[in-house]
Ligand binder design. Sequence first.
Ligand code: FAD
Length: 305
Amino acid sequence: VKLTELMKERQLLSFELFPPKTDKGMENLPGTIEHLCEFKPEYISVTYGAGGGNVGTNREVCQMVKKAGTVPVTHFTVIKNTKEGIKDQLETYLSEGVDHILALRGDFPRGENSTGGDFNYATDLVKFIRKEFGDKFEIAVAGSPEGHIACRSLDADISVLKMKQDNGADYIMTQLCWDMEQFARWQDKIRKAGVTMPIDVGIMPILDQAATINMALSRNGCVMDRELSRLISKYWIFPNPFDKAPFDDALEQKKEDFKKAGIEYTIKQIDKYRALGVEGIHLYALNKWKDVSEIIKESGMRTLV
Ligand code: FAD
């Protein structure tokens, strides 16, 4: 299946899963995937731990996705990977029927300032895949509507995106972006810069305060729009949303109320992105199917078939 061909016909729906760290998590995952597949997503992507620590479980999850009848897209990073190692791993993916990849640099390990591998950038990885494997893989690349956190400028980051396209990438999966005006500006700028790749928009469902704040600020430096900031203030988990201590009933209720409001916010975001005519909606499903199903149903993107 060529996802970029499907994108010409319709707006895609896809999910992102991460390989669970526990046996129990792995046991539960096929059930989760089955529920998500009720919405007939065009693909499900599977994250890859920078450094390749979880490549075994990543491959297992890709097989679960295949078994459930949809297309697995594996994420892949160059962190601590040699050329030979990359070639071997990609050959293994192909032999297992996984021929869709999100080619990433990966985040440097905490406290380090290099990839520790043969390549420095995702652009190098895209080039290498095309050189070694021709058109065997359909290649997605990351795009950051606010600019990657370490980029010199938004324009410099956009020229990197153009380089990814010139090196053979097929489509863009975006970093989360709550600032819709910035997204529209970026969309306009990349088109003017000659980036013609379709855009699959990454959306993180707002379900949990700590996870939202962590995702936005600990790595990506993403702006929260006023509505989201106000939601977090309104339902602030006092004294500290990162506290893992048992909550009393009042706080539990607040968490539930936040989630309900967060789901509504997420659905409105999906509406706005769809209205911009993006080629796909990619939900970071966080291995949760109930809340994600509610979001998809309410959004009207897909009815259960
Ligand atoms: P690059 O495109 O290489 O960019 C990194 C920085 O270098 C940018 O600032 C860019 O402007 C600059 N740059 C890039 N190329 C050049 C060049 N040729 N010359 C000069 N400067 C350059 N991480 C994981 O570890 N595992 C995952 O599964 C994972 N999944 C992700 C899924 C999505 C949809 C997204 C958006 C990100 C994901 N990430 C994942 C995070 C990603 O690895 C980080 O954002 C990482 O910091 C950058 O990756 P990149 O591919 O965007 O890097």
